[in-house]
Write a new protein. Sequence first.
Lengths: 113, 111
Amino acid sequence: EAQVTQNPRYLITVTGKKLTVTCSQNMNHEYMSWYRQDPGLGLRQIYYSMNVEVTDKGDVPEGYKVSRKEKRNFPLILESPSPNQTSLYFCASRPDRGLSVAFFGQGTRLTVV
Amino acid sequence: DQQVKQNSPSLSVQEGRISILNCDYTNSMFDYFLWYKKYPAEGPTFLISISSIKDKNEDGRFTVFLNKSAKHLSLHIVPSQPGDSAVYFCAVTGANSKLTFGKGITLSVRP
């Protein structure tokens, strides 16, 4: 089954404790991205990657890092999480950077206390 | 600066009636427009799309209309069903490939 898989689904952590949210897709998609969803703000792009070893900032990249060492994986790294990063995070993948449909993971609910 | 605006945060309709969800965008260079549907505790799922060369695309109960001169698109759901109750996101993309989303509209379909 074609899918985008995120882990964990839920995470509660403390301020400053590094964490990684994993994202994996099995569709051989080139383009992957991370979004956060906050009440009243919709979905905002954090980082994106057009292919292996090619990443760039989205609209709200502060406090986040990403890497794309393999085509299928695109982890989101919070080196020193803060309470304002409490949010619902979604990973998405698309076949390419053209006019294509994005497929989303199930989401990761992160709470930073 | 919001490039994609969904000005109504919520909409409530009676089962069987039409739901009309609106979306406005600011950049005339956008050339592909999509609607996503999101249930609680799930990721957004693709619903329907339209390219800038068309003004209407239909898929079953769902129709998307594009008015390029007004930079406006709308999603029509006919007839609405209780299972359609969800958050609907409008999204746009163009030459830079970035997918930009609106804030979403919460649709409630009353039985």
